[in-house]
Design a protein around this ligand. Structure first.
Ligand code: FPP
Length: 264
C-alpha cells in the first residue's frame, strides 16, 4: 500500500482574505459635465467660435460612449444654459442646428448602447424643431435600461428651483391646500425637471474656470468637483478616467466626520 503524504493546508481565516483583497473603489453613479472652452479652442486655431462647438460634438460622442461602457447610471451634459440666449443670434442658431443634428444622428447609436435620453430645462421655450427632435429621440430611446443621458437645454439651476416651487404650489392649489402649503426638501426634489436622477457624485468642468455657472445648484450640494484646463473639444476618455480616479481618492463626508476621526 502506498502511503499518501498528508499535506497540511494552511487555513486562511475569512477576515484575512477580506484584509488582503482590496475593495474596488466605487465608480460615481452620476457624472455631470460643464462642457466649457469651445470658443477658446476655436480661437486658438484662428477659427470662428462655432468651429469649437462643432468639434465639441466629437467630445460629446466620445464621453457618452465611454460613460455607457463604464456602466455609469447617469451622465448629464450642460449643452445650453438659460443665459446662453445672450450670445450672438448666429451662434445660438448654430448651436440649435448642431443639437438637432446630434439628436437625429446619434439616436441609433444610443439605442444600441441601451441609453435613455432626456432633456432637462425650460424645454417649451426651445425652438419648435428642437422640441420635436428631442421628443422623437426621447421616445425612441425610452426603453433603454442602461445609462440615462440628460441634456441640459435652456437649463438654469435657479430657474429649476423656481419652477419646482411653482409646480409644488400648483399641485397644492389643485389639491385645495393653498392655506397650508408646505415645502420640504423631498417636495422640492419631487418637482425638479428630472426628479428620479441621483445627485451627481462628480461634477466635471472643462476649460479651467472655477465656477458652477448655474448648473444643478440643488443637486450638486455634495458633489465632488473636478476642474481641468483641457478645453471641451479636446476632452477624451483618458481625461475622464483621470477625473474618476481623482474622485475615487476622495473622502466624502456629507458634513459628517472623516471615517478615521469618527472611530476615535
Ligand atoms: C461653452 O463653451 C459651450 C457651450 C455654450 C455649448 C456646448 C455645446 C456643445 C459641446 C456642442 C453641442 C452639444 C450637444 C449635446 C450636441 P464656450 O463657447 O463658452 O467656450 P469659451 O469659454 O471658450 O468661450
Amino acid at each position: 500500500m502506498v502511503k499518501r503524504k498528508i499535506v497540511k493546508r494552511k487555513i486562511v481565516k475569512p477576515e484575512t482574505i477580506e484584509r488582503d483583497v482590496a475593495p474596488k473603489p466605487a465608480l460615481p453613479r452620476h457624472i455631470a459635465i460643464t462642457m466649457d472652452g469651445n470658443g477658446r479652442w476655436a480661437e486658438k486655431l484662428g477659427k470662428p467660435r462655432v468651429a469649437g462647438h462643432l468639434a465639441g460634438v466629437d467630445a460629446v460622442r466620445d464621453t457618452v460612449e465611454t460613460c455607457a461602457r463604464l456602466g455609469l447610471e447617469a451622465l448629464t451634459l450642460y449643452a445650453f444654459s438659460t443665459e446662453n440666449w445672450k450670445r450672438p443670434q448666429a451662434e445660438v442658431s448654430f448651436l440649435m442646428r448642431l443639437l438637432r443634428r446630434f439628436l437625429r444622428e446619434e439616436v441609433e447609436l444610443m439605442r444600441r448602447q441601451n441609453i435613455r435620453l432626456q432633456g432637462m430645462g425650460r424645454l417649451t421655450a426651445l425652438p419648435a424643431a428642437v422640441q420635436r427632435d428631442l421628443a422623437e429621440s426621447t421616445a425612441a430611446t425610452a426603453a433603454g435600461t442602461g445609462m440615462v443621458l440628460t441634456l441640459g437645454l435652456n437649463y438654469g439651476g435657479r430657474a429649476e428651483i423656481v419652477d419646482a416651487c411653482n409646480a409644488r404650489w400648483e399641485e397644492a392649489r389643485r389639491q385645495g391646500e393653498t392655506e397650508t402649503v408646505s415645502m420640504t426638501e423631498r417636495d422640492l426634489q419631487a418637482h425638479l425637471y428630472a426628479p428620479t436622477l441621483p445627485d451627481p457624485d462628480l461634477l466635471i468642468r472643462t476649460g479651467g474656470e472655477m465656477r458652477i455657472s448655474n448648473f444643478l445648484l440643488w443637486q450638486c450640494a455634495y458633489s465632488e468637483i473636478w476642474v481641468t484646463p483641457v478645453l471641451w473639444p479636446d476632452f477624451r476618455g483618458p481625461d475622464l478616467m483621470r477625473a474618476i480616479e481623482d474622485f475615487q481618492g476622495r473622502e466624502r463626508r456629507y458634513g459628517g466626520l472623516a471615517r478615521a476621526a469618527g472611530k476615535q
